[in-house]
Design a protein around this ligand. Sequence first.
Ligand code: ATP
Length: 312
Amino acid sequence: MSETVIRASSLSKRFGDLTAVDGLDLRVERAEVFGFLGPNGCGKSTTIRMLCGLLLPSAGEIEVLGYRIPQDAEALKRRIGYMTQKFSLYEDLTVAENLDFLASIQGLGRAQARRRVAELLERYWLGDLRDRLSGTLSGGQKQRLALAGAVLHEPDLLLLDEPTSAVDPQSRREFWDSLFELAEAGTTLLVSTHYMDEAERCTRLGILDSGRLVADGSPAELMARLPGQPLLVECAQPRQAQRALQGLPAIYASAQIGASLRLLSATDDAREQVERRLAEAGVQARVRATEANLEDVFVAVTRRPDIQGATP
Ligand SMILES: Nc1ncnc2c1ncn2[C@@H]1O[C@H](COP(=O)(O)OP(=O)(O)OP(=O)(O)O)[C@@H](O)[C@H]1O
């Protein structure tokens, strides 16, 4: 049976005149890997910080692991792990000292701390680095240490705010393997990201735009819900094709991907319209429908009215 771990209703946060989070409703179930997506400044970090009890909401209700937030934030802290892109490590302490220090803050007993630190050094390939000052670690190594620190007290919920933005693709993959290992063991994960390959791996996604939840569902559901089918225009001169298609009302987004042009439209006869316009402009091209991907979904739900043509 599913168990709701995060429940937020009508959650808002205002900073002066700016509404950073605007009437957000959110539910995350146990052991989900919930991905939080959205353009820069849409309110992801602000939401995560409110869910952790680090920031007071301006309005709305939050319940996390059965605790009412902000009232029970102190008790919640013992049950959650929080990690941001900055990794919050003590750079002049060694790897092992960082973990020992966190263990003492978390109130782990000495024997338990020793056992847990040894276990995490091994699990996150930090054993050989245990005596290195953490300030001298690479980005990927720092990330592994930060994750070890965030799960030291075996939290039931991990909130990760863009944890992979400073590391290479291989480290990102390894990091995601570690996240799935945690989810398999029953940990619930909420992770914000700008990477579509990471979003695709989540069990469910919430897309935020200007502080509002504009899409919520599994990656497959969101792709299936995209109105119309994306079109690919293959031609020798994609820039020329893009110029010819500018202002065509049927197309609400276009982007050059390699040597072709990817178009989004919600209109049934978009393909014919595109072919006609290209022929009129004398652009030789092949136009074909293609499968939707998550980037299409992202573009469709977060598009700005002033830079688009038609509305799906
Ligand atoms: N303490 C603060 N005081 C004033 N404005 C703030 C504060 N924290 C965040 N904001 C503003 O609130 C909005 C949402 O910011 P937030 O950091 O939550 O976005 P985000 O989705 O995490 O962005 P990014 O993807 O760039 O990390 C932004 O306009 C930001 O400038």
